[in-house]
Structure formats: C-alpha cells, structure tokens
Design a protein around this ligand. Structure first.
Ligand code: 6PG
Length: 274
C-alpha cells in the first residue's frame, strides 16, 4: 500500500506499508538495485550511504543473493556510511563490519569503492573531518565541470533507520549534531550512550537524490507516529529534520511499526488526510 502523506510543515513524502519485515526487505533490495541502475545510467556511478543497526540486515542479505548480486551495478557503486560507531572496523559494533560481512564481501564491488569512516581514530572530531575529506575527494572525481568544489556532495541514495527514540543515523534527540550546518560529517556525543558517533549531517542527507527510511517492529510504532504525525519538533524527533530539498523521501515500514499511525496513513487507497 502506497500512501502520499503530508508531514508537519507541509513536506510531502511517500509512505509504503508492508505486511512484514521480510516483504519490506525484499522491496528495499529491489528498489536499491533500481536506483543504482538509474544512477549509473545517468552518471556512470551510484553513490550510496548506508545505515547500520538491525533493520538493514535483511536487505543486505538479499542484495548479496541473486538476482541482485548480478543485477546491481556493483563495479560502479560507491558505498559510504550515514553513520558509524567510534570503534575499529573489526569491532562487532561496527556498521562497516556488518555491511562487509553480509553484503560487500559477497558482491563484485571494487575495494576502492568502499569508503569507510575512519572511526577508530582516537580523536573523534579528527575522524569526522577525515571522513568528510574522504567523501569530498571521492565525489570530486565524480563532479562535473561547473560544480562548486565547496558544495555538499549529493548522494544518489541514503538509507536510514529510525531509533525507538526518534533518532536517525546518529542524529540523536537534543544532540549537537542536529545543528551542524553545512558540514558533511561530524562527531556527535550521545549522552545516553555515553559515547560519540560519527554521522552525516542533516544538510548532506537532505541534499540526496533519494532518501529511504527502513522501519520495522512494533517497538518503533510510537517513534514513527511522533515523527510522521506530530508537530515539527526535531530536537525531540530528529528524523523530522530529514526533508530532502530536491530529492525523494520514502518511508518503507512494516505493519507493526505503522500500528499507531492514523488510518489515512495505514489503510490502502485513502487520500492523505482524507
Ligand atoms: C546505527 C544506525 C542507527 C539505526 C537506528 C535503528 O548506527 O545504529 O545507523 O541510526 O538506523 O538506531 O536501528 P535498528 O535498525 O537496529 O532498529
């Protein structure tokens, strides 16, 4: 069921509700591959920033299997991360390790196309600065004449999750990164985790051509309702900051996480707000 929905402050986006997390993952893998092919057709390259956590696991597993292992243009795909924990790349908590184990080690993507966050660096601000430079350099090879070298890179796709507290990437409620301006990535101290994380900023996520949220599980239902139906209060619900300026915004959710949304969002073929 696809519903056009209108969020606070007038942003419109698309919400797709799937019967379960499996169906969501299957459709997300198909859409990932479709966007990758369209990007490569348009610019010979697909620049994607992945999120970590549990929700993307099922999509990673599908992308590593046929038909996507052969169908997706892996040789022209460049993978980045929307956020990373401040741990070494072989740490069980590493988003890089998760994606490599389940996906990137199983598809024909050139090693030079994998742009991990140097999150093992002891100084987290330096790690964020280095990652920002790496992203800028990777996009510079892709930029066309006339592109402003100081403009923010425009990802073809950013995949995001939603925390049960309303965070996305590592943009946590009431954290400094919510006001990070026109930077590419920052280190963000997360009080409740008592640690820092490296995250893309809202500005660079909102520059993307396509942003897809993957949300599953009834433990996300309240956060999803607040994010999609409450007044605009991004300090409390940072995912509300994600409003692509010239891109598409798609919420791919399962029935469980959509359980508290108003009927016009949950039920098929109802006009938004109707
Ligand atoms: C991370 C993610 C984070 C995640 C949400 C949802 O580094 O953990 O980038 O933003 O998307 O916390 O996590 P789950 O998918 O595990 O529910």
């Amino acid at each position: 069921m696809q519903t056009r929905i209108y969020l606070a402050k007038g942003l419109d986006c698309t919400l797709q509700v799937y019967d379960d997390a499996d169906q969501l993952a299957a459709e997300a893998a198909r859409l990932f591959t479709q966007l990758a092919s369209e990007s490569v057709e348009r610019s010979d390259r697909f620049n994607v920033a992945l999120s970590g956590g549990n929700t993307p696991i099922a999509m990673f597993i599908r992308l590593a299997q046929e038909p996507y292992c052969s169908a997706a243009p892996w040789k022209s795909t460049h993978v980045f991360w929307a956020d990373e924990r401040c741990v070494p790349p072989d740490d069980p908590d590493s988003n890089y390790r998760l994606a490599v184990e389940l996906l990137l080690s199983r598809v024909p993507i050139p090693a030079g196309n994998i742009h991990r966050v140097p999150a093992e660096m002891p100084d987290h601000d330096s790690a964020a600065a280095q990652y920002s430079e790496n992203v800028r350099a990777a996009f510079a090879r892709d930029q066309h004449d006339g592109d402003d070298a100081n403009s923010l890179p425009r990802f073809d796709l950013v995949t995001l999750g939603l925390g049960d507290d309303g965070h996305t990437a590592s943009l946590f409620p009431h954290s400094a990164a919510l006001k990070s301006g026109q930077l590419i990535a920052v280190a963000n101290y997360v009080e409740k985790l008592r640690t820092s994380r490296i995250t893309l900023t809202p500005a660079v996520i909102n520059k993307a051509r396509n942003v897809i949220f993957l949300v599953a599980g009834d433990n996300k239902a309240l956060a999803l309702k607040h994010t999609l139906e409450d007044e605009y209060q991004p300090e409390a619900y940072p995912a509300q900051l994600i409003r692509p300026t010239k891109g598409t915004l798609l919420w791919m959710v399962d029935v469980d996480s959509a359980g508290l949304l108003s009927d016009d969002k949950r039920l098929p073929n109802k006009a938004p707000g109707g």
